[in-house]
Design a protein around this ligand. Structure first.
Ligand code: FRU
Length: 500
């Protein structure tokens, strides 16, 4: 395989080997996959190969800004601890010279098959700018990948009339009994997103099947990074629309990710949408992708950063990280998300408080730190606002606030140390749920890592993910309430992960 490595890829591999070690370990998140060096965005090729999890990602190792896209690569046995592998793809062919954009992966006949978008971007002799997005394939052994001779395997010529040849990207592949399918983002004649489906018997010859769904300019413009999978009795089309407008408290990120929940008829390849919801209600989430684990779990991972509000500190040599992988389930007709259960084996130092009354700013013994998990239940609600203030000292804080009257949850990082004019606050509706005893309860599972918070509300009914780069010494946690609240609280540290 080594022989097939191009000079460009070799250059990146040499460079990243050195640079990964130049980044101090203490600077990295404790349990979130972060960029090896330079810039990363979308998760790609999230898959299982030879029994291991593989995750690729959009990667520009040469700077902390987006640039010609490579596929970075890492692997994990438990979805929590990731090991960097050498860069997998570089833009080194005529059909991907402008970048190896997002895509997916599958294990087939003992090989790891990557399918990605190649960008053709060049000026022709007559001065004309030629730009196309095409779908390409590479096959490998989990370490080295060879682009196939048939590339590109799908071009824009196959798309419905009037579709854009420039915006045609992010194939997601899966296998059915009768062969392979993929969905890919495209732009219809009306300029807004549509998702096209293709079929192949042998992974070589791909045929256009149908338009699965389209935005019709109602849910953003271009639809990026589609995924299409069954969940319980429903079928989910997940897409990341660009240029999305807010509607109530839904869809506040201009680059958003949505679940389109519906029914799919496999025979006629028709998808009937029923309900659309945001995947994540925080400030930093995009381009999510899923895999089907060997035990049947549907697991989602997203890029935990915003295109519009990039707050990576100037001193870092890296930019970008992923969310914690999440298990998806369908319950009461809704899509629930919970941190992968593998995280639980890393819990240490349990601290527990039961039926505690909170009357004003309250600090609790052993509830402190920047890398931890809080399981909070609010059981009585004689207040307007209840806050969990964290990453806090005299200078800094970020908080999550539950508003009883408005039944909404807010994340606020205004005082986290941000010195850019970026959005710092986001809200989502959250009604109390029924607790075990039938009484109302609001449950917040808060995962803190050095630079991030992911709040799983009411057993995963809704999630908020946000970044903040507050200095690590701000590690106080204060519970606060403008009336009276009764709560139960459990805290876990992740001792082993923190010291890695
Ligand atoms: C989404 C996206 C994809 C594209 C990639 C390029 O964030 O714009 O559509 O493939 O990023 O890096």
């Amino acid at each position: 395989m080594e022989k097939s490595i191009s000079p460009q890829l070799l250059k990146v591999r040499r460079m990243e080997k050195k640079q990964i070690h130049d980044i101090p370990k203490e600077e990295r998140p404790a349990y979130h996959m972060s960029s090896p060096t330079g810039w990363i965005n979308d998760p790609n090729g999230f898959s299982i190969f030879h029994g291991q999890y593989h995750l690729f990602f959009q990667y520009h190792p040469f700077s902390k800004k987006w640039g010609p896209m490579h596929w970075g690569h890492c692997t994990s046995r438990d979805l929590i601890q990731w090991e960097y592998l050498p860069c997998a793809l570089a833009p080194d062919e005529s059909y991907d010279e402008g970048g190896c954009y997002s895509g997916s992966a599958i294990e087939a006949d003992g090989e790891h098959v990557l399918i990605y978008t190649g960008v053709m971007d060049r000026y022709l002799d007559d001065g004309f700018h030629y730009y196309r997005q095409v779908q390409c394939m590479a096959k490998g052994d989990g370490l080295n990948y060879k682009k196939t001779r048939q590339n590109p395997v799908i071009t824009g010529e196959s798309t419905p009339r009037g579709s854009s040849l420039e915006d045609f990207r992010d194939p997601k592949i899966w296998k059915e009994e009768d062969g392979y399918y993929l969905v890919v983002g495209s732009r219809a004649r009306d300029g807004s997103g549509q998702i096209l489906m293709y079929y192949s018997e042998d992974l070589e010859q791909w045929n256009y099947v149908t338009v699965l769904d389209q935005s019709s300019n109602k849910y953003g413009r271009m639809w990026e990074c589609p995924d299409f999978f069954p969940l319980g009795s429903k079928q989910i089309l997940m897409v990341s629309p660009q240029d999305m407008r807010a509607y109530g408290l839904e869809f506040h990120n201009g680059n958003n990710s949505i679940f389109i929940c519906g029914q799919y008829d496999k025979k006629s390849h028709t998808f009937q949408r029923e309900k659309i919801t945001s995947v994540d209600y925080g400030l930093d989430f995009y381009a999510s992708q899923t895999l089907l684990a060997q035990d049947g779990r549907r697991i989602l991972i997203g890029w935990m950063q915003s295109w519009d509000a990039n707050i990576t500190p100037a001193s870092f040599q890296w930019s970008g990280m992923m969310t914690l992988p999440r298990e998806l389930t369908l319950e009461h007709g809704r899509i629930y998300q919970r941190p992968v259960r593998e995280l639980e084996q890393y819990r240490t130092d349990q601290v527990r408080y039961e039926d505690l009354t909170i009357l004003g700013p309250t600090t609790l013994d052993h509830i402190k730190g920047r890398v931890l998990e809080l399981l909070l239940e609010i059981t009585t609600f004689e207040f307007d606002h209840f806050r969990v203030r964290f990453a806090k000292n005299d200078e800094y804080e970020t908080f999550v606030q539950y508003s009883r009257k408005k039944e909404c949850l807010t994340i606020d990082r205004t005082h986290s140390g941000i010195d850019r004019d970026v959005v710092c606050r986001r809200k989502m509706e959250l009604a109390p749920m029924q607790g075990q005893n039938g009484a109302e309860v609001v449950k917040l599972r808060i995962l803190l890592d050095k630079y991030s918070v992911e709040v799983f509300a009411n057993d995963g009914e809704k999630v908020m993910s946000s970044l903040f780069y507050t200095p690590q010494e701000a590690d106080n946690i204060v519970l606060d309430c403008d009336g009276t609240a009764r709560i139960n609280l459990i805290k876990y540290s992740f001792g082993g992960l923190e010291q890695r």
